[in-house]
Ligand binder design. Structure first.
Ligand code: AMP
Length: 565
């Protein structure tokens, strides 16, 4: 069995870890960092850049760079580049592929199995999309683990005393809060709540707006329609935000941000931490309700929480730390690295699955209630939120009209009493019901949630035994065929990119040889006669983009060049 890796597929940054000698360790990326920016860029030559290189390109060509794709997982959003539309799982797969390659380089062996983390509050569609991304990247996703659970795992492994902990996870794009009980190697999630659309990106956006407004006030220029300027301002806003976690004041300086009447303009906006706090207070406040709800659902009050763990880069913001310390009446624990603990927890879970780590049990919950639509737009719950998973649960429903021969089962996930306000997971029809007055037929609807939090639903007419089940493919999720096609595309790209890489290496070699030859001629004019024609041949082949001829021409030039050495 090949080694299994644990992946934290983050909105802003991703991280990969592996079990080594009974411990989880972070695998450094090929670019040298311990985390990899979750950014994909499409270069003009068809090459795809992922991570640090892609992030660098964001400023030059923002329209060919994709960031924060995690926010779109499970939706029908598409990234359109060069006439091709990419789904969010396909973009995420490019990031996963890079992490897989980095792990393979580090371990020196192929990697096929992975545990991937997802925000606890991810819906079924988002979980399914994450699994699809893994598959497209050529990974066998053995388990999806909730991020806060993974963080707790990384934190609590060596702590024997029973305790209750709260994991407050504010990352780049999502907010999750979970309450767990840790006791004798059993990690039981008691409740989880959150907001799928709240994270560091929103803090950046608030600061970006402020900078743009200040610049407009000073210069009467609105940069909002200037894509390149906007990208620079956004990046500078994030940088300023990060600086303000350590400093009480900073200044955003962007020279030559635009040109007006032929005159270049510089942007210089001072920002204090107090201003930043004022601009973003409402965002921090948005975390209050989920925290209260998680505590309520877990059946405990703040005093019963022994520890608060902060996870996710945005918990480095001092006002966020102050908020949670005030709310909980105690300082959060600082023992864990918020950027790495989720990936480390995923690696630990991979150790549990592969049997290298024993004595650990992870009991997770489903974050949202599941049920079906019944008459009058009502949402009838079958499984309540925060129920431990895996679970199978059935409920009997009946027909609403006399002699109804079929029922449409509308499967929903959410907390609203009105069906139409919840998220549709899928619809299917159970037909062939025996003719009977309304309310007589007994239709058993069964929900089954697996350990990944992914839902399967079936319905059975208890009278006739007729049954129908559904593979949930909510709008935005990929069908089997679409996944197969994406897997094929990814494989083809891998093969093509190997070709593109080989070609650009050959062209670089050719250009270096030409330079070397002209240096040799300058040093010794007598060599010109022998080198002139081979150099011309290389230049011709470079121009004609003829790979085979270029390889031959390089060989010929090299032998003449080095014959004289
Ligand atoms: P994550 O998804 O956990 O990698 O978190 C990424 C988010 O954390 C991004 O929005 C970053 O801008 C933000 N972040 C990282 N470091 C800091 C910091 N020192 N202060 C404030 N925000 C930070």
């Amino acid at each position: 069995m090949s080694r299994m890796i644990g992946i934290d597929l983050g909105t802003t940054n991703s991280c990969v870890a592996v079990m080594e000698g009974g411990e989880a360790v972070v695998i450094p990326s090929a670019d040298g960092g311990r985390t990899t920016p979750s950014v994909v860029a499409f270069a003009a030559n068809g090459e795809r850049l992922v991570g640090q290189n892609a992030k660098r390109q964001a400023a030059v060509s923002p329209e060919r760079t994709v960031t924060s794709i995690k926010r779109e997982m499970g939706t029908d959003f598409r990234v359109r580049i060069d006439g091709k539309a990419y789904t969010p799982p396909e973009i995420s797969a490019m990031i996963l592929s890079k992490l897989k390659h980095d792990a393979e380089d580090y371990l020196g062996e192929p990697v096929t199995d992975a545990v991937i983390t997802v925000p606890a509050y991810f819906t079924d569609a988002q979980r399914q999309a994450t699994k699809d991304a893994g598959q497209i990247a050529g990974l066998n996703v053995l388990r999806l683990v909730n991020e806060p659970t993974a963080a707790a795992l990384a934190y609590g492994l060596d702590r024997e005393a029973p305790q209750r902990i709260m994991v407050y996870d504010l990352g780049g794009g999502t907010f999750d809060v979970s309450i767990l009980s840790l006791s004798g190697g059993v990690f039981e999630v008691l409740a989880t709540a959150g907001d799928n659309r709240l994270g560091g990106d929103d803090f950046d956006a608030a600061l970006t707006e402020y900078i743009l407004d200040e610049f407009r006030k000073a210069e009467r220029i609105d940069l909002r329609r200037d894509a390149a300027a906007m990208q620079r301002v956004r990046e500078a806003a994030e940088k300023a935000k990060i600086e303000l976690s350590g400093l009480v004041q900073t200044t955003v300086e962007l020279p030559f941000i635009c040109v007006q009447h032929g005159e270049p303009k510089n942007l210089s906006v001072p920002i204090t931490r107090a201003v930043f706090d004022r601009l973003t207070a409402h965002l921090i406040e948005r975390t209050r309700k989920p925290v209260e709800q998680a505590l309520r659902d877990a059946g405990c009050w703040v005093g019963e929480i022994d520890r608060v763990l902060l996870v996710g880069g945005s918990t480095r913001i001092p006002a966020v730390q102050r908020f949670i310390a005030d709310f909980m009446g105690k300082e959060p624990s600082r023992g864990i690295n918020p950027d790495e603990c989720v990936a480390l927890g995923a690696a630990l879970q991979s150790g549990v699955l592969s049997g290298t780590l024993t004595g650990l049990l992870l009991l997770d919950v489903t974050p949202l209630s599941l049920g079906i639509e019944t008459v009058g737009d009502q949402f009838s719950r079958v499984i309540d939120r925060n129920t431990s998973i895996p679970i199978t649960k059935s409920r009997i429903f009946s027909t609403a009209s006399n002699f109804q021969s079929s029922v449409d089962v509308h499967v929903l996930q959410g907390e609203a009493e009105r069906a139409s306000r919840n998220k549709t997971l899928g619809k299917f029809r159970l037909s062939g019901i025996r003719r009977a007055p309304a309310g007589v037929p007994q239709i058993e609807v069964t929900f089954d949630i697996d350990s990944n939090g992914i839902v399967h639903v079936s319905a059975r007419d208890l009278d006739t035994g007729r049954a129908q089940d559904i593979t949930i493919t909510a709008s935005g999720n990929l069908s089997r065929e679409e996944i197969d096609r994406a897997v094929e595309d990814a494989r083809r790209y891998e093969a093509e990119s190997a070709g593109i890489r080989a070609e650009s290496e050959l062209r670089m070699r050719a250009e270096n040889l030409v330079k070397e030859a002209s240096t040799a001629i300058r040093a010794d004019r007598k060599r010109a006669a022998a080198l002139d024609e081979p150099v011309k041949r290389v230049k011709r082949a470079l121009k004609a983009r003829d790979t085979e001829e270029l390889r031959a021409a390089c060989g010929a030039l090299e032998s003449v060049l080095h014959a004289g050495c």
